[in-house]
Write a protein that binds this ligand. Structure first.
Ligand code: FSO
Ligand code: SF4
Length: 544
C-alpha cells in the first residue's frame, strides 16, 4: 500500500513518508487517518450548511469533530480498528445530520460516503490524501491550514473537557475544513485563511489559559524533584491536566506515587496539584526518550495525548491510553457520560510493581507563566533598564529525536550571560537542566509551561511592550528561535504570525509541506527564516 504524509518535522528525508512513517505509522493507519479527515470535511460541510440555515449544531457534534482532528495528529493514534470505527461513526453522524438539510442542498461527495469493507476504505483513501491536490502551492496552503486546525483542536479539546467552549471557534474550524475542498480558493484566499486560523489559534490558547488557570490556579514558581521515591509509581504523560487531576485524586492515600513525564511537567506549577502528597516529581525528559525511560520506570504509564511512540514489549503491558490516544493492544481508559475516568486498573497494577529506577537526581525550577512574571515585573524591568538583561530569546516549541537538534542545547550554552531564555513546550528539555545560572534573582531559563502556554510568552511580550511604551512588539529586545515537531507547533506559529511577530527562526528544518512559493510569501511578509549553525546564528541575532 502507498502512503504519503509530511505533517511533522521528522518526515522521511525531509520530504514525506511514503513507505512507512518515521513515527511508526503504517500505510494502513495513514490511509484511515486520511479518510477520517476526508469524512470529517464532509461532516463539516453539513454542520456549516446547518448553521447557514440558522440551525444549531450540538456541542457533542462539535466535540466529536474536534477529537477527529486531534486523533490524526502525529503520535496519537496507532490503532487501526479504532480508526476504522471512528471513520464509520463520522459517516453515520453525517448521514444523520444531512437529513436536517433540504434535499437540494449542495454538498461535497465526502458528505455521503458509502463504506462497506475495509478494502473500500483503503481504495477511497488513495484518492483523498494529501497528494489529491495537484497544485503544489494550493496543496501546501491547504495542509498548512489543516495542520494548524489539528493543533488548534488539540488545545480546544483540553479547554472543552474543563467546561470551556467557544462556538464561534468550532464554527470556524468546521467552515474552514469544509472550505479546503473548494477549488475556487486560490493562493491569496488560502493565505488569508491561514492567518485567520492563527487568529482563532490565539482565541483558543487564551480560552485554554482561562480554563487551566480558573480550574487549577495560576502557575507559580515551583521547584520540581527529578529523583525517585521508594513507593511504586504511575507515570503520566501528554498534556491533559484534567486526567492528571482525576488520577491524583484517586491515587492519594493508595501508597502509589504519581510522576510526570515530558509535557506533563508544568502541572507541578499549578497550585491545585500541590496538596497531593502522592504527587512525586518529574521522571525523565521529552517524549522521544520514552522507550528507554518507560522501560526503567517499572510501573504503569498513562498517555493522555501525543506524543506516544509504538511501545516496546518490555513495557507495553504497563502502557495505558486515554482521550485521543490509542495503541493497539494497550488498555484504553474511557470517560463515563460525566467525563469521569476510573484509573483503578493503573493503581492496582502499580501496587504489584517495583518503584521506578532512578534516572537522575536534582531539581528544576519553573512556573513562569504570565501572572507569575507580571508579579516579578519590577525586578525584570529594572534588570532590563540597568542592562543586566540585554535580550530575551524565545526558544519554545517541541523537542525531537534528530541529532541535529543538539543545536538548541549548544545555542543555549553559548548565549551571552545577559540573555534570558523564555520557553514553553517540550523543547525546554534541551536546556532546562543546563547550569545556566541567574541574572540577579531571575533564572536564565524561564519555563512558562506546555506548548499551549506559548500564549503566556505572548502576554509577557505584550506587557513589556506596554511598560516600555513601544509602538510594536517587534521593537522589544526579543528574538525568536523556535523548534517545531508536530501540528500544535503549527498553530502556535500561525498565532504568532497573526499577532504580527516578525523574524521568527524555525528549525531544525523548515516544514516539508511549505512549497518554495509559500516559503517565499512567509519570508517576504514575516521575515521567517530557518537556522544555520550556532555561531553563525548567534551573530545573526546580534548575540555574539
Ligand atoms: Fe511536545 Fe509532543 Fe507539546 Fe507537541 S510532547 S511535541 S508541540 O506533542 O505538544 O510540546
Ligand atoms: Fe512521517 Fe511525521 Fe507523518 Fe509520521 S507523522 S508518517 S513521521 S510525516
Amino acid at each position: 500500500m502507498k502512503m504519503f504524509c509530511y505533517q511533522c518535522q521528522e518526515t522521511a528525508q525531509g520530504k514525506g513518508c511514503s513507505v512507512k512513517g518515521v513515527c511508526g505509522k503504517t500505510p494502513e493507519i495513514a490511509a484511515l487517518q486520511d479518510l477520517l479527515i476526508y469524512a470529517t470535511k464532509g461532516l463539516c460541510a453539513i454542520t456549516t450548511a446547518l448553521r447557514a440555515q440558522g440551525k444549531s449544531v450540538e456541542q457533542s457534534c462539535n466535540f466529536f469533530i474536534t477529537i477527529n482532528l486531534f486523533t490524526t495528529i502525529t503520535n496519537a493514534n496507532f490503532d487501526l480498528p479504532k480508526l476504522e470505527q471512528r471513520v464509520r461513526e463520522t459517516v453515520a453522524l453525517a448521514a444523520k445530520l444531512k437529513r436536517e438539510l433540504p434535499k437540494d442542498c449542495a454538498l461535497p461527495a465526502c458528505a455521503s460516503l458509502n463504506l462497506d469493507s475495509r478494502e473500500t476504505m483503503f481504495a477511497l483513501a488513495e484518492s483523498c490524501g494529501v497528494l489529491a491536490t495537484k497544485n503544489e502551492d494550493i496543496r501546501s496552503l491547504r495542509e498548512l491550514i489543516t495542520y494548524g486546525l489539528k493543533g488548534l483542536c488539540a488545545y480546544m479539546k483540553h479547554a472543552n473537557v474543563l467546561g470551556f467552549y467557544d462556538e464561534a471557534s468550532d464554527a470556524f474550524v468546521q467552515k474552514t475544513l469544509a472550505a479546503l475542498l473548494d477549488d475556487g480558493l486560490g493562493v491569496a484566499e488560502l493565505t488569508a485563511l491561514a492567518l485567520e486560523t492563527g487568529q482563532y489559534g490565539v482565541t483558543i490558547m487564551a480560552l485554554l489559559d482561562r480554563a487551566n488557570t480558573e480550574t487549577f490556579g495560576n502557575p507559580e514558581i515551583t521547584t520540581v524533584d527529578l529523583g525517585v521515591r521508594n513507593n511504586p509509581g504511575i507515570l503520566i504523560s501528554g498534556h491533559d491536566l484534567k486526567d492528571l487531576a482525576m488520577l491524583l485524586e484517586q491515587a492519594e492515600g493508595s501508597g502509589v506515587d504519581v510522576y510526570t513525564h515530558s509535557e506533563m511537567l508544568p502541572a507541578h506549577y499549578y497550585p491545585a496539584f500541590k496538596k497531593y502528597r502522592c504527587f512525586a516529581g518529574n521522571y525523565g525528559n521529552a517524549w522521544w526518550l520514552q522507550k528507554e525511560e518507560f522501560a526503567k520506570f517499572q510501573g504503569p504509564i498513562l498517555m493522555t495525548t501525543n506524543c506516544v511512540v509504538p511501545p516496546l514489549e518490555s513495557y507495553k503491558s504497563r502502557l495505558f491510553t486515554t482521550g485521543p490516544v490509542y495503541v493497539e493492544g494497550c488498555e484504553h481508559i474511557e470517560a463515563d457520560e460525566n467525563g469521569h475516568k476510573d484509573f483503578s486498573p493503573l493503581i492496582a497494577l502499580a501496587k504489584t510493581c517495583q518503584p521506578p529506577q532512578e534516572l537522575e537526581k536534582g531539581q528544576i525550577v519553573g512556573g513562569f507563566a504570565h501572572e507569575q512574571v507580571f508579579a516579578l515585573a519590577d525586578t525584570v524591568v529594572s534588570a532590563i533598564k540597568s542592562g543586566a538583561i540585554k535580550r530575551f530569546v524565545v526558544m519554545a516549541g517541541c523537542d525531537g529525536r534528530q541529532k541535529s537538534r543538539s543545536y538548541y542545547a549548544d545555542f543555549a550554552r553559548k548565549l551571552p550571560s545577559d540573555t534570558v531564555i523564555l520557553t514553553a513546550g517540550c523543547a525546554k528539555y534541551k536546556y532546562l537542566k543546563l547550569p545556566l545560572g541567574t541574572i540577579g534573582d531571575v533564572p536564565r531559563v524561564l519555563d512558562a509551561g506546555q506548548c499551549n502556554d506559548c500564549y503566556s510568552l505572548v502576554r509577557i511580550a505584550l506587557k513589556l511592550q506596554e511598560v516600555f511604551g513601544l509602538a510594536s512588539v517587534n521593537d522589544l529586545p526579543i528574538v525568536y528561535n523556535i523548534s517545531w515537531y508536530e501540528q500544535k507547533a503549527v498553530i502556535v506559529l500561525l498565532a504568532l504570525l497573526h499577532l504580527g511577530v516578525q523574524k521568527i527562526h524555525l528549525g531544525p528544518t523548515l516544514p516539508a509541506f511549505l512549497s518554495p512559493n509559500v516559503v517565499d510569501v512567509l519570508v517576504k511578509n514575516f521575515g521567517i527564516a530557518g537556522i544555520t549553525d550556532v555561531d553563525q546564528d548567534l551573530k545573526l541575532f546580534g548575540l555574539a
